[in-house]
Design a protein. Structure first.
Lengths: 209, 209
DNA sequence: TGCCGCCTTGTACTTCGGTACAGTTCTCCG
DNA sequence: CGGAGAACTGTACCGAAGTACAAGGCGGCA
């Protein structure tokens, strides 16, 4: 829309393309895999999911329109997990396939502006996740737990925070259990905590130091 | 804008209000703490942060405009941590105080649409955070850890999850360390985890069962 | 009254976590 | 070259965590 560059609608099946083109007369419609005769770089690509995994679909779409074109995922039955995967695959937006044209246009604006569009549901979940997170880690004055640790210590700290036992960590990094103990001891000292459980709380942001 | 309901700009200092009102002639400007002579419910409140904590500022703002009005936080020097706090305090948007008027208007649209506006930087961080998170805790089908536990067990579980040692828990509830061990053992069995660290992860929502 | 589940505690044992003391190898840096 | 720090490992020891087995007191319920 903005700058006059067209949108591209990509779908595995062609059945919805007419509807989209009706709502967006200036847009280009194509099937995923088809060649897009693009004399200009589209301003955005709308990618409708089919049965394939999100990441695979997005990858195909990017091959068609180029990596620089922001992709917005259209899901027939949106769900948060899928949305997360989409964003992890660098999608710029995620919404319902059957969203109202006005909403689609708004999303296009947001994305063109450099923002991301996620559903409210997903945002709520993200917020819930972050609110469980470290209240302290959120405080700017609180130094992050990583600071002052060596690379190995960081690795071990993460493993401990995930609930791994010393023996497991030893296997994971192919070192002796004794060495793991050495790293854990160093971590406890540096972070000023008593045992591995409190270490886990610090790393997971549930506890300040 | 939409529906003709005005925006409200709230700021601790009044120095930027003129600029905003210039960009948004239809808006109402006020200082945080001042009375807003509102004959209609504003469509959104723009809250500029000063030196006070985000949460406190937002709370004040809500008292002025009402809890139902979506609040968008304006930060002179935006940073992700602050944005997270803002969203945890139920802000609907977070952006730079000096954002271009067109962007502000776009944000207003997004918020009016029921979406949230966050910066790309923050979104990237959230995604990184969620990818570290347990996929299961996000799944609604996962039963809460409390179910099937007795009252005492719940208490002990919370204490363990907070990083307390058996001896401390014993003191806290005025029972024997031996009894604490009994409860912890029962918890490990019921929740199907190996040790108290993993118990803590389950209780704190970092791990599925 | 008798059964049952919860809370409680005891003794004894094994395993794991963590510390103390000691030492090697390697790399980086002045 | 010599020093410093990081990574690694060994032996020995202590205390905490967790299990196994056992049992008494209490309140609800058929």
């Amino acid at each position: 829309m903005a700058k006059g560059r067209p949108h591209v609608f990509l779908s595995a099946r062609g059945d919805l393309l007419p509807r989209w083109l009706e709502a967006f007369p200036a847009a280009i419609g194509a099937r995923i895999g088809d060649r897009v005769e693009a004399d200009v770089v589209p301003s955005a690509a709308w990618v409708r999911l089919a049965d394939e995994p999100v990441a695979a679909t997005l990858e195909k779409a990017r091959r068609q329109v180029g990596a620089a074109v922001p992709c917005i995922v259209l899901a027939d039955h949106p769900n948060d997990e899928e949305a997360l995967v989409a964003f992890a695959a660098a999608a710029r937006g995620y919404c319902n396939t059957h969203a109202a044209p006005e909403l689609l246009s708004r999303i296009a604006d947001v994305v063109a502006q450099g923002g991301l569009w996620i559903g409210e549901s997903l945002m709520q979940r993200l917020l819930r996740a972050t609110s469980h997170l470290p209240s302290p880690p959120l405080s700017p004055a609180n130094p992050p737990w990583e600071s002052g640790l060596t690379a190995r210590e960081r690795q071990v700290a993460l493993a401990v925070a995930a609930g791994a036992a010393n023996k497991e960590i030893a296997r994971q990094f192919d070192i002796t259990e004794r060495t793991v103990k050495a790293h854990v001891s160093a971590l406890l000292g540096k972070l000023g905590v008593r045992d591995r459980l409190q270490l886990a709380l610090v790393v997971n942001g549930q506890r300040s130091r």
